[in-house]
Design a protein around this ligand. Structure first.
Ligand code: ADP
Ligand code: MN
Ligand code: MN
Ligand code: MN
Ligand code: MN
Length: 363
């Protein structure tokens, strides 16, 4: 029988979350730090527009101590936060908002870790091609001792096979986190296009897209933020490491699907093939921004191509670039760059893809 003196912490929190905010809104300012993590701090906005729709240009610029995040030296530590996109806040509910920001230095130049600025310029320069991106974010759930969630403490789960898109106890772990994250993304207006359990147990994927240009990076970073935040409430950690467990366990990637308007039309295959030739010529430059520790993942095994060579093929999951079977059959559509690691920055991926395929800013 439930005791009347039992304290429910979740219920206690709800009591405060329901309190009236007296006309103010909470804005969670979010930025990307020097390690590919996200940081946030909250700001009170003392008035809410009548229609509840905040606009980026109405939000104040803010700042933080960059010496505490590895983004600035201690003797010149202010880094500025410039709002670039607003999302409804699924954690606090209306009228509160999430504010994605870019980091800028006091001298008026983008912070070293602000990869969005360059990518946004490329997206603007090439907007007539209507570049679409769809990224598949794989990640691993860890427990507090950094072991994949649900794995035996001393030993390993059975070999890979039953886990990919698996259903049932022992085949999937932490579906509650995945479901909560999916709902949170939809509430926030993030263009999440699906989720699935991955080949390694405790590894999952969600897809974002198709998004046009810079929108992909914005939505993917917000989806990453929400994943960390939701998992925090369930006591799990999120790892974006591309090879969290060495050996016969799949790594984690960030497959990047791309098309332009020309590729999506009748006869598009010749544009897809031309793009792949350009990617081949700049393999090393792409690998350089496709994530840390990707050598551990791109071995040519576990559904990857080798990091040292560029290959492509129809329906080939062991190549660098895959043309989906259906696109090859129709003669137009999109292609998939399978090289990016799960910890890569989507701004850098989308930026270099536009630069290589559509041209640099000086071209
Ligand atoms: P996979 O078969 O590789 O697992 P997924 O279904 O997980 O593929 O992901 C495919 C991704 O491709 C989705 O994010 C989707 O939005 C994206 N996508 C679909 N069509 C296009 C397109 N024409 N251009 C760019 N991306 C696309
Ligand atoms: Mn302080
Ligand atoms: Mn996928
Ligand atoms: Mn996958
Ligand atoms: Mn894929």
């Amino acid at each position: 029988m439930a005791s009347t003196t039992t304290v429910s912490y979740a219920e206690n929190l709800m009591k405060y979350m329901k309190l009236d905010q007296k006309g103010s809104a909470m804005a969670e300012y979010i930025w990307i730090d020097s390690t590919g993590g996200v940081r946030t701090k909250s700001k009170t906005l003392t008035s809410v527009p009548k229609d509840g729709q905040f606009k980026v240009e109405d939000l104040p610029e803010w700042n933080f101590d960059g010496s505490s995040t590895g983004q600035a030296p201690g003797d010149n530590s202010d880094v500025y936060l410039r709002p670039v996109a607003i999302f409804p806040d699924p954690l606090r509910g209306a009228p509160n908002i999430l504010v994605l920001t870019e980091c800028w230095d006091p001298d008026g130049t983008p912070n070293k870790f602000n990869h969005r600025h360059e990518a946004a310029k490329l997206a603007e320069a090439h907007k007539d091609h209507k570049p679409w991106f769809g990224l598949e974010q794989e990640y691993t759930l860890l427990d507090l001792s950094d072991r994949p969630y649900g794995w035996p403490v001393n030993g390993f789960p059975g070999p890979q096979g039953p886990y990919y898109c698996g259903v049932g106890t022992g085949k999937v772990y932490c579906r509650d986190i995945v479901e909560a994250h999916y709902k949170a993304c939809l509430y926030a207006g993030i263009k999440i296009s699906g989720t699935n359990a991955e080949v390694m147990p405790a590894q999952w994927e969600f897809q974002v897209g198709p998004c046009v240009g810079i929108e992909l990076g914005d939505h993917l970073w917000m989806a990453r933020f929400l994943l960390h935040r939701v998992a925090e409430e369930f006591g799990a950690k999120i790892s974006f490491h591309p090879k969290p467990i060495p050996g016969d366990w799949n790594g984690a990637g960030l497959h990047s699907n791309f098309s332009t308007e020309e590729m999506r039309k009748e006869g598009g295959m010749k544009h897809i093939e031309a793009a792949i030739k350009k990617l081949e010529a700049r393999h090393k430059e792409h690998i350089a921004v496709y994530g840390e520790d990707n050598t551990l993942r791109l071995t040519g095994r576990h559904e990857t191509g080798s990091i040292d060579s560029f290959t492509y093929g129809v329906a080939n999951r062991g190549s660098s670039v895959r043309i989906p079977r259906e696109c090859a059959h129709k003669g137009y559509g999109y292609f998939e760059d399978r090289r990016p690691a799960s910890n890569a920055d989507p701004y850098q991926i989308t930026g270099i893809m536009m630069e290589t395929i559509l041209g640099g800013l000086d071209d």
